[in-house]
Design a protein. Structure first.
Length: 324
């Protein structure tokens, strides 16, 4: 079984498994192992390199290179070894890897925990649920802030957690998918502007911007198509996308957030507290109506239709490569 054909089937099988199984908490997850590797290397490299801006930035660059190399090499070696035994074993291994790379079901499950907590009227439970999926200070959030944070997370992670991994898997199989997950995880753990991460997280944050530049824009266009399939306000989605897609410190985060805001008629973003520091942010979208907790499942539906469209697009492109 050729590489292109194997990775095409593995992506489809992995997506199907994720659709039904998500990420069971009792099964060890490779991304957790990547996170532990990042933490260990951070501590080690902080000891090795000078404790100044230049030294910490070099440490961050070395950390980034080591993590992506290991994250690519381990699954690549596993698939090579599996292929030596049987191409079907390699397909099974890569399908499991693709399942572990994709995060559509877990994104829905975790955001819906926020929805159910809000529905119950328990503010503290809602704050705890949203703290599991966002980095902002939960105690600063009221009900409206909690809903907005959850919707923003679903919108942004439609690209980071679902579409971008699909695109990297389609381009280079599960090893490249894991490399992308490593890049994304390093940004999540180290890419902060506050100490002690400001310098060591500089390279991981910038490289995450580079890796997500194209996927974020592809995701935004696919989300607009998903909005059309769901009979949402595509004209407004396109308008807000063109106007607000750069209303974020990251060049990528507002791409899908702006589409989601426009399609649902919401105003997202704005000022937020992180680690006790108030970050001034531009708004994304117009407040055509008040945001409500029912917008969380609406954002999840939008995410899933976008994911299906991405799967069809990746499959179509790979089939063209196979034919020609």
């Amino acid at each position: 079984m050729g590489f292109l054909k194997c990775s095409l089937f593995a992506l489809a099988i992995g997506f199907a498994i994720d659709l039904f199984a998500g990420d069971p908490h009792n099964i060890p997850h490779p991304v957790i192992a990547i996170g532990k590797m990042i933490s260990l290397l951070e501590k080690l490299l902080r000891r090795i390199f000078p404790k100044n801006e230049k030294g910490e930035r070099i440490a961050g660059a070395v950390l980034w290179l080591l993590v992506i190399l290991v994250s690519w090499a381990v699954p690549a070696f596993g698939l090579w070894a599996g292929g030596k035994i049987s191409p079907w074993l390699a397909l099974a291994l890569e399908s499991i890897m693709c399942w572990q790379i994709l995060a559509a079901k877990s994104l829905q499950d975790e955001s819906m925990k926020v929805f159910y907590a809000l529905e119950s009227g328990d503010l503290e439970k809602s704050r705890f649920a949203v703290s599991m999926i966002v980095g902002r200070d939960p105690q600063r959030l009221d009900n409206t802030g909690i809903v907005r944070a959850a919707v923003e997370t679903v919108a942004e992670n439609t690209s980071d957690g679902v579409i971008a991994p699909m695109l990297f898997i389609a381009a280079g199989g599960a090893p490249l998918g894991f490399l992308y997950k490593a890049v994304n995880t390093m940004d999540s753990m180290l890419g902060y502007v506050e100490p002690p991460y400001k310098n060591i997280g500089f390279v991981p944050a910038k490289m995450d911007d580079v890796f997500n530049f194209v996927p974020a824009r592809v995701s935004a266009l696919l989300m607009l198509a998903a909005g059309a399939a769901l009979k949402l306000n595509v004209k407004n989605g396109w308008r807000i996308f063109r106007r607000d897609r750069l209303n974020h410190a990251s060049p990528n985060s507002a791409q899908t957030e702006s589409v989601c805001a426009g399609l649902l008629g919401l105003r997202l973003a704005g000022d937020a507290w992180y680690h006790g520091v108030l970050h001034k942010k531009k708004y994304i979208g117009d407040a055509a109506r008040e945001i409500e907790y029912q917008d969380i499942p609406r954002a999840c539906r939008l995410m899933y239709v976008t994911a299906w469209l991405s799967l069809f697009l990746c499959s179509f492109v790979k089939i063209l490569f196979l034919l020609f």
